[in-house]
Design a protein around this ligand. Sequence first.
Ligand code: BG6
Length: 481
Amino acid sequence: MKNTIPETATIIPSDFIIIGGTGHLSMSKIIPALFWRFIDKQIDQKSNIILCDREIKSKENFEKLQKTFCVEAFERDKINQKHWENFLKIITIIKLDVISGEGHLELLEKLKEKFDPNRPIIFYLAIASNLFGNSCKFLRDSGLNVPQSRIVIEKPIGKDKVSAEEINNQISEVFSEKQIYRIDHYLGKETVQNLMALRFANTFFENQWDNKNIDNVQITVSETAGVKDRIDYYNQYGAIRDMLQNHLLQLICLVAMEPPSYYEADQMRDEKLRVLKALKPLDQNEIQTGQYRSFSDELGKNSNTETFVALKVMINNWRWAGVPFYIRTGKKLSTRASEIIITFRPKPHDIFSKFKHDNIESPNRLIIRVQPEEGLKLKLTSKAPGPGGMRFFPSELNLSFGDTFPDRLPDAYERLLMDVVRGNQTLFMRSDEVLAAWDYIDPIVKLVKKQDPQLYRTGTMGPEDKILMLDGRQWLDPKDE
Ligand code: BG6
């Protein structure tokens, strides 16, 4: 069955101020997301986008550079070229230094034109988290922490719990929790939200969703790309802080959380927080790190930073006691895939045991494919047709979102930016969640300092497994599932 994506309503006119506006995050994610929303007429000419940066390229240079990031939009549709010219009309570039305050008058002048308490002003801090405090002070000193202001910040917030607390305190001296949007873009991905729909808009799976029925959960977020021009940042953070502390822990939370009473920001976040607080501290043999072979060469010096991490997560509560969540993520691996695989327990009794010799039997599995080729698959065992007795074959129910919704699926940033305008914090992290995530991660960082990451070849799935084998299991290859 083919469906079309429901139409979106135009948002109220807003000002988007991107600090770090000509940097990599802004160019590669934020501006293309706003452009797509403009193409879809969700943002119109009444909104403003103000890019602020210490070093600015001329508008002409910026346009050339930016066009390369928005190329997907042009490739899809020639009309988008026209939209692009109109889109540029709502963009202003301002040279601004949040530490010295240089450029603030120009920003104020621009905002004054349309200043209205009903018009959201969104400050997106697309800069390193150690500059968040100064940026907030700058906004306060410039009188921009008005009730209609919202501030958007990116993960990872800090490098550990102490620095995250410090950053949270600096921000909350200026903005209230209701004004702070901590982005984890994995929460904005279509299939991640579909996981909520699958669990809580249906009865079918929720009845099976516990340690009586589930044997283990595997979550893989594998990337084929390396760290490219972010190598200095990455060398300080590594896979544990860059991916595990946020994206992967959030995925665990969504799989494991109890149903909230309502799909509302604080109720969702309360339930996710409970999961984070129930995570069992790791033992040394439950974690493994790796580094792709050319990493130190790319960096130009020796480094112990992990570009791969795998771990066995246990959740100390009644629903999940005894069910391992095996998690892995890494760079320069063989496939680009983000996938959650839920393996159900074997049946309690096999009425077909006498046919076993010519049967293929595989456990029931639910595969939630976050990207690419978003969709859900349920692996079952079926009878092979024919009069030759009971012979089985592995079959699958396959719901591919690409087939069901042939239109382009919006990127996570598009959805999340529109949620900021609407004042909906459901898909954003609360400060206590971030701190609870660090509570789990800080000891892990200490633990891995004691071991050197194992080197692995580019194009493999990381170092040879040392965790699942202890439980008599193995990683399921995302390509085969
Ligand atoms: C970012 C990480 O948050 O997520 C990157 O900093 C990573 O290192 C990226 O590559 C992965 O996002 P996606 O949407 O491409 O899976």
